[in-house]
Design a protein around this ligand. Structure first.
Ligand code: CMP
Length: 140
């Protein structure tokens, strides 16, 4: 299995509850390495641009408002088959459906306030990483 990269966001519900370290610990224990990380307060343009694929969904406005509501931590994670590994440790989008031991089962509050985002494919990981990071900000 190849070493690849994925993109992760520690969302406002987690930064608000001071869970940045707790989330990162679960990612690291799942075999992922944080090769870039920064805490930012997303602008409306960033939130709308990042989630543009969801712009016609009924929850889009709520999603954008939430992502702008408090700081987030954007990260690049590296590891063997990083996209799948990250999705496995995150758990299902809705914490009610997430498996025991996953980040969302253990820490998320609701389908909206679900603690973490992770890329769903290698192709989207590359797009999402480039949305927030310059190449020189990623140190593997
Ligand atoms: P994420 O992986 O960041 O990708 C899109 C996000 O939209 C998703 O996580 C959820 O936080 C959010 N989302 C998906 N479905 C709903 C919903 N029904 N209501 C509110 N937010 C949702």
């Amino acid at each position: 299995m190849a070493v690849t990269r994925t993109f992760s966001i520690i969302k406002p519900d987690a930064t608000r509850r001071n869970l940045t370290g707790a989330v990162t610990k679960m990612l690291e224990e799942a075999g992922l390495r944080v090769v870039a990380s920064k805490r930012i307060h997303m602008s409306k343009e960033q939130a709308e641009g990042f989630y543009a694929v969801h712009k016609d969904r009924p929850f889009f406005g709520e999603l954008v408002e939430f992502m702008m509501s408090e700081p987030v931590v954007v990260q690049v994670l590296e590891g063997e088959d990083a996209v799948t590994r990250n999705r496995d440790i995150m758990g299902a989008t809705n914490p009610a459906d997430a498996a025991a031991g996953t980040i969302r089962k253990e820490l998320a509050l609701s389908i909206g306030e679900n603690t973490v985002h992770g890329s769903d494919s290698d192709e989207n990981a590359a797009i999402e990483i480039a949305f927030f990071f310059k190449p020189e900000e990623i140190v593997g």
